[in-house]
Write a new protein. Sequence first.
Length: 378
Amino acid sequence: MTKAMTSTVETSPASAAAQTATAAQEPGQLQLHDPSVRGFASDNYSGVHPEVLAALAAANGGHQVSYGEDDYTARLQQLMEQHFGEGIECFPVFNGTGANVLSLQSLLPRWGAVICAATAHINMDENGAPERVGGIKLLAVPTADGKLTPEIIDREAWGWGDEHRAQPLAVSITQTTEMGTCYTPEEVRAIADHVHAKGMKLHMDGARLANAAAHLQVPLRAFTRDAGVDILTFGGTKNGLLFGEVVVSLNPAASSGLIFLRKMNMQLASKMRFLSAQFIALLDGDLWLRSAAHANAMAARLRAGVEGIDGVEPTQNTESNGVFAVLPAGVADRLRKSFRFYDWNEATREVRWMCSFDTSEEDVDSFVAAIKRELTAG
């Protein structure tokens, strides 16, 4: 995947007005961007959900014990147990890359390797962190839609006992995938049973786990713990949090050393209450599902809007908050003068459009109208 955004968004009258207003603001109320500017590049571009900001403010003040011995982290453990069942262990961390490296390290000996899709975030977008920081060999296999199957896994699931080969001892799947597709509970169970029968363990990168639940319309545990996943990285940043993910050991017997590895990997927050408070806001109620379902709905609206446009060729099923499509030459760069988004594959002119918890119907309709104008102009 290439994330090219070669054009710069032009300064609009609204942007100029925002800059003027910023100059007049009092210290401590500085705003350096125009909040009216919208884009479809990433669900990381969005701000923080107001309910999460309110939770952070409520958690502030006074003193709480550091490094996770606080009331908020204890409450988070209770909430995670409500969603995934008793006997799990939770480890809040700063970011997704750290969560994935930490999870995989806990599953493997030093000679272990992980089978993953070639498009997996751990393979494409973490700058070699699993290899360089985690010391983990990745065995990446190509897929058509970002999803692994037992048959695809078996392309690399071999060579046990061969001292010349890194030992394939874990599999990592992403839910939803980097291609916007979603594993069903049955598909996850088939993978889990297959890898467990081979003495391997199963990790799930759940950066967009809530989007998967919203699409499948099943509880979180239905396609995670109940389906045989051993360890999970539970995403929050892409679903309205300021920062933070949680490593959830669904099968503590399959992982070891998480409490030590988190510190070694520089993922132990001293003021952990502020990580945990955000996830409490997300999980103590239905905010996690409301936000994800809305993002999915906006992607479905976008997909429906472009399907009838001559020249736009969708490439993947839209099963979460992302839409993938091929555009005619030059169209993407012209569109990026007004709306940010990434190229997924420059060679094939495939692009990726992402929706967020705060994407509005007006945002989507304006973008669809812009696509129509550019194709007509071309």
